[in-house]
Design a protein around this ligand. Structure first.
Ligand code: FES
Ligand code: FES
Length: 161
């Protein structure tokens, strides 16, 4: 079937089986390999993308559900100020990014900060509930998100709070 959707801000079209996984379409048809194919069962978060501004595991999204949707992958998100807020915060807090689940962690942080300008510790940990990262301690993730929140506030309002 023909699948039309918006990918990183552009209208795209792809021929696909109705049940093909979005992660495979992104990697194979669009060469967007920042979206990783990990567990393929919704457990690791390495395949995370934003679909209509919601964080989803793209391994669980069949092609037919993507029709007409807006998908943002880490490659598209990397062009934004919001990406730089988060990577700046992660760097400040020493959040390790080994290349495997970075995209998932960064998009999860953005989904969190879009909901709440200054999330609490439990909210942050819950926001990363779908990401299974072998490299980063939870405390470092919390610090990274809080640092990113401050950077974002300063960028938008020109102050730290
Ligand atoms: S590959 Fe999708 S959640 Fe692991
Ligand atoms: S950054 Fe290495 S597994 Fe998450």
């Amino acid at each position: 079937m023909t699948i039309n959707f918006i990918l990183n801000g552009e209208d795209v079209e792809v021929q696909s089986e109705a049940n093909a996984r979005l992660v495979d379409i992104l990697r194979e048809s669009f060469h967007l390999t920042g979206t990783k194919a990990g567990c393929l069962a919704g457990r690791c978060g390495a395949c995370s993308v934003l679909m209509n501004n919601q964080l989803i595991p793209s391994c669980l999204a069949p092609a037919f559900r993507v029709r007409g949707a807006e998908i943002i992958t880490i490659e598209g998100f990397a062009q934004t100020d919001e990406y730089r807020d988060i990577t700046g915060g992660f760097e400040q807090a020493g959040v390790i990014c080994c290349g495997y689940c970075d995209g998932g962690k960064i998009l999860a942080a953005d989904a969190l900060l879009s909901r709440s300008g200054r999330p609490g510790r439990e909210e942050i940990l819950a926001g990363f509930g779908g990401i299974s990262c072998r490299c980063t301690e939870p405390d470092s993730l919390v610090e990274g998100v809080l640092a990113a929140a401050e950077i974002r506030q300063r960028r938008i309002y020109g102050r730290g709070a």
